[in-house]
Design a protein around this ligand. Structure first.
Ligand code: RE
Length: 365
């Protein structure tokens, strides 16, 4: 694998391990598109539970064999060489004209325009195999796909709707025991040419030995900026690293665990987190700028994601600023097992997660 140099505050750091890039061939692209069209005819909408229930079988039947093999390997490879992110370049061709002008925010998005892309993304998760799910903690559910669109009113926030500040690297829903196992980000448009940031726990040398205290359950893992937190109960503690001691998984959100001063980690916890971040922040990779039709697939236990600050609706070409359509990204989340998290899903819908914070459910649901 190639290595890349990132210049970060006068420090030249070598990130040796990189996400795997898969160039989708035109033949594969055609297969995926034909599958999506066929499934749309049969099931109508990617939300259709009959489709989601059969998503693994359908993925095996319709997806190109090379992609099935890559997905199967990715889902069970936690080795030291596994970055935890796959980049599918050109998974789908995006009909920009049909999408039309970017709506002012996700609330006003017309999801029927994303239907075909929803089928394609679901098939990729199905191939892992992992089941698309939704979380009440994000948009009170809001469906299996969330359109991520910069919102002028939210520009300063650490949410998907923000733009003017860096979105710190985080694993999704670090404050949940049953956070997504896999995430996909499909770029419908990225005319601003905003690079994605990725950070893999595998980029550290011998993490397990050097950061043993991160396995202790002494850290406050607060709910994120999307949730109003009247009485943000941060009394439940958990670990940042878990799983295998040599090659661990992580639940990590720099903005919430380190820089949210209101939560007050203990002095000890803060110190371990700070030391960890000192190393981690040099290992962030932002060498990939997604283009329309690209999909980034991440293992949410291995790889954190974020985004640099940008000006929504402005494209810079050779130093000259041009107005452009604002960015649209489609996020899908999935779980490998519906059984493990059954205590935290709706009685009538095991694909709908109602965990609020570290094992505690929303009470009113
Ligand atoms: Re995220």
């Amino acid at each position: 694998m190639n290595s890349i140099k990132i210049l970060d505050n006068e420090t030249l750091t070598q990130v040796k391990l990189l996400p795997t890039v898969i160039e989708i061939t035109s033949q594969e692209q055609r297969m995926i598109k034909d599958a999506a069209i066929h499934l749309q005819k049969k099931y109508g909408n990617y939300e259709n539970r009959d489709f989601i229930r059969h998503v693994h079988q359908l993925a095996s039947y319709f997806l190109p064999e090379r992609i099935l093999n890559i997905a199967a390997d990715f889902a069970s490879d936690f080795s030291k060489n596994q970055y935890g992110a796959l980049i599918f370049k050109g998974l789908m061709e995006i009909d920009q004209e049909n999408i039309g002008s970017t709506p002012p925010n996700w609330q006003s998005a017309d999801y029927s325009k994303f239907n075909l892309y929803g089928f394609a993304c679901a098939l990729i998760h199905g191939a892992l195999p992992s089941k698309p799910v939704q979380y009440y903690s994000q948009r009170q559910g809001g469906g299996l796909i969330h359109a991520i669109i910069p919102d002028e009113k939210m520009r300063e926030t650490q949410t998907g709707s923000g733009s003017s500040t860096d979105l710190y690297v985080h694993t999704e829903d670090a404050f949940l025991k049953h956070q997504a196992d896999f995430l996909s980000f499909m770029y419908v448009r990225n005319e601003e040419q905003v690079p994605s940031t990725l950070y893999s726990i595998r980029s550290h040398e011998s993490i397990g030995e050097n950061y043993r205290p991160l396995f202790d359950r002494i850290y406050k893992i607060p709910k994120d900026a999307n949730l109003e937190t009247e009485q943000n109960e941060v009394d439940t503690l958990d670990s940042v690293l878990y799983g295998n001691y040599k090659l661990p998984f992580m639940r990590f959100d720099a903005a919430e665990q380190l820089f949210n001063s209101s939560i007050k980690q203990t002095e000890e916890a803060q110190q371990y987190l700070t030391e960890f971040w000192e190393e981690a922040r040099h290992l962030i990779y932002s060498g990939f700028t997604p283009q329309a039709g690209d999909v980034i697939l991440v293992n949410n236990h291995l790889c954190a994601h974020g985004r640099s600050a940008f000006r929504a609706g402005v494209r810079n070409i050779d130093g000259i600023e041009h107005p452009c359509e604002r960015r649209i990204m489609l996020r899908m989340m999935s779980k490998v097992s519906l059984i493990d998290m059954r205590a935290h899903t709706l009685t009538e819908d095991p694909f709908f997660v109602i965990e609020e914070h570290l094992g505690k459910n929303f009470q009113h649901l």
